[in-house]
Design a protein around this ligand. Structure first.
Ligand code: ATP
Ligand code: MG
Length: 590
């Protein structure tokens, strides 16, 4: 992976960006044609003015003046129309290209392994898909095409100037090296300022995203002031980076004005001398023409530095976005096995698993669950219960051993088949800001309203959903904030049920709910587990007692295995846990 350099001359990168223009080739070609036209039309008007001044105004020929005025008016209209179409086309091109790119990026992000998200801040990914991508669109609308146009215009104007009067042109262009030097210094300084701005935008987004998501914690612990101070620091850094970039502009623009004034001064000095000594060589018309040309010459040169930076920022953005696209941390999906029906026999055979390197959180796990049976997993917090279910549906890859479903390694199953047949209800329920119905079906068009209502009735949630304004169309706000924890839990049960999985994995929520909801959830869990293989990370004694098998996990190892009665008789780890957890009132270990 190449490092982020933001080098505008990185041809490979530019080529890659232009891959996204391919579908819009005709728009691109038209943009370039219009760019060339605009560059060539620009020098015509000053020339017409010179011609009018010398041949009609100074000689008092009114008919010619009217004709030339009309011609110039016409030219102005043509130029405006071209300019309008040009802006429209280049913007359409840029926005269309980044729309496609954004789809690619989002699609890629949704396929990345969870491990990637463990170490990548969400705010950073949001910056990549929104503002970094926006800078790429500027490559087209304000960057590359406009740069080409400006350079063409400068060349065309200098050529016409030389044609009109080469001596005068040389004199007028004398301050040019100064301008080039100033531009180069400006360009280098502003580049670093821009890069700083991009980094601070990303920091700001990450900070905001995390702190707005975690706002309740901040408020519970009354940390507003401290967090506010931290935010102020990041915000100030962002402001400073912006001010720094503006400072460079505020220096550079007047410098260009001074240099352009020097050119004008030289023009007046040399031109008037020339008119006085050799009256026919430099005409007043030529002087007027050159005054306009100097204006036209310095504007694009001044803006070139700016445009070049836009281009560079686009390249920096492109490099960052492509870096996400190039992240190969995908869950491998080379399996093809998709039987008609998954029976649901699960076996773990000497499974070792670590999130990072050799730091094993699961050690030598071996157990078996027969189809239709229920296994309850118990153990202290951090024992590895959630990790065990995370590897079953291949959220994370194991290092050693083998996990099989119906005698076939989970790696050999087609990934979406495997995941569709293993429904996972997580400890914390996540709801999207969408309707209840969409939260249940996850926009799967194959699931009908009838199926949803049926599932809701089974888990006993139909009544409460019906009572909501709009029923199944009720919009749960961001992350289900408008539902109670118990209600959200029930929604997640319906979600699992409509997918009619062969295997159910349930990470029982530990949040306490009112007795009525507790009863609802109890019945719902029973309904959910009926007729399928279930692995339940259990915190409720009732769930544990009913299980066919209980696995006691401690620091990633299986300590004891058996049913409730057997384990109590063992008088070992489970007995201790049982006494601690269920007999001393008030202590509910996680
Ligand atoms: N995404 C992750 N990246 C790295 N380490 C992790 C990750 N998730 C969990 N761990 C570590 O793995 C170990 C087991 O965690 P796990 O979530 O499986 O525990 P648990 O038994 O489910 O606990 P709890 O009852 O609190 O939910 C812990 O030491 C934890 O720090
Ligand atoms: Mg857990």
């Amino acid at each position: 992976m190449s490092k982020i350099t933001g080098d505008a001359l990185n041809v490979g990168l530019l080529k890659r960006v232009f891959q996204y223009v391919k579908p819009y080739r005709s728009i691109f070609i038209w943009s370039v044609i219009l760019t060339i036209l605009l560059a060539l039309i620009a020098p015509v008007r000053p020339f017409l003015i010179k011609y009018t001044l010398d041949n009609y105004i100074l000689k008092g020929q009114h008919s010619g003046l009217v004709m030339m005025t009309l011609l110039m008016l016409f030219l102005l209209v043509v130029q405006s129309v071209i300019q309008y179409s040009h802006t429209l086309l280049t913007n359409t091109l840029g926005q269309s290209a980044i729309r496609d790119l954004r789809i690619n990026v989002f699609n890629h992000i949704t396929k990345l392994r969870l491990q990637y998200f463990d170490k990548t801040p969400i705010g950073q990914l949001i910056t990549r898909t929104v503002s970094d991508l926006e800078t790429i669109s500027d490559i087209f609308s304000e960057g590359l095409i406009v740069i080409i146009g400006d350079i063409l215009q400068v060349i065309a104007i200098i050529a016409v100037m030389f044609y009109a009067d080469w001596e005068l042109t040389v004199v007028v262009l004398l301050p040019m090296p100064l301008l080039i030097m100033a531009t180069s210094v400006f360009q280098k300084s502003i580049k670093s300022a821009f890069q700083e701005i991009r980094t601070e935008v990303s920091n700001l987004n990450t900070y905001l995203q995390e702190h707005i998501t975690g706002i309740s914690i901040i408020q519970y612990f009354a940390r507003e002031d401290q967090e506010f101070r931290k935010f102020k620091k990041i915000n100030a850094r962002y402001r400073d980076a912006n001010i720094r970039s503006n400072w460079y502009y505020s220096i550079f623009f007047p410098v260009v004005e001074i240099i352009s004034a020097m050119s004008l001064g030289l023009l007046v000095w040399y031109g008037s001398r020339s008119i006085l000594s050799k009256p026919l060589d430099v005409t007043p018309g030529t002087i007027a023409e050159f005054i306009l040309y100097i204006g036209m010459l310095f504007r694009p040169i001044r803006e070139l530095a700016d445009k070049f930076n836009t281009l560079q920022m686009g390249m920096v953005g492109a490099e960052r976005v492509f870096k996400v696209l190039d992240t190969k941390e995908l869950t491998t999906n080379s399996g093809t096995y998709q039987p008609e029906k998954m029976a649901g026999n699960i076996s773990f055979d000497k499974v070792w698993f670590a999130y990072n390197d050799e730091n094993y959180v699961l050690k030598d796990l071996t157990f078996e669950v027969k189809a239709g049976q229920t296994v309850a997993m118990v153990g202290a917090t951090g024992a590895g219960k959630s990790s065990t279910i995370n590897i079953l549906n291949r959220f994370y890859a194991i290092q050693k051993g083998e996990i099989k479903v119906d005698g076939v390694s989970i790696d050999d199953y087609e990934l979406s088949y495997l995941r569709n047949n293993i429904a996972t209800v997580l400890q914390d329920v996540f709801l999207f800001s969408d309707t209840i119905f969409n939260n249940i079906t996850l926009n799967n068009p194959k699931i009908t309203m009838d199926e949803v209502v049926d599932a809701a009735q089974k888990v006993g949630a139909h009544d409460f959903i019906e009572r909501l304004p709009g029923g199944y169309q009720y919009n749960v706000m961001e992350r289900g904030a408008t539902l109670s924890a118990g209600q959200a839990q029930l929604i997640s049960f319906i979600r699992a049920l409509v997918y009619n999985p062969s295997i159910l994995v349930l990470d029982e929520a530990t949040s306490s709910v009112d007795t009525e909801t507790e009863m609802l959830i109890q019945t719902a869990i029973d309904k959910l587990m009926k007729g399928r293989t279930s692995i339940v990370i259990a915190h409720r004694l009732s769930t544990i007692q009913k299980a066919d098998q209980i696995i006691v996990l401690d620091k990633g190892e299986i300590k004891e295995i058996g049913n409730h009665q057997e384990l109590l008789k063992l008088d070992g780890y489970y007995k201790k846990l049982y006494d601690l957890q269920f007999h001393s009132v008030g202590i509910v270990a996680n």
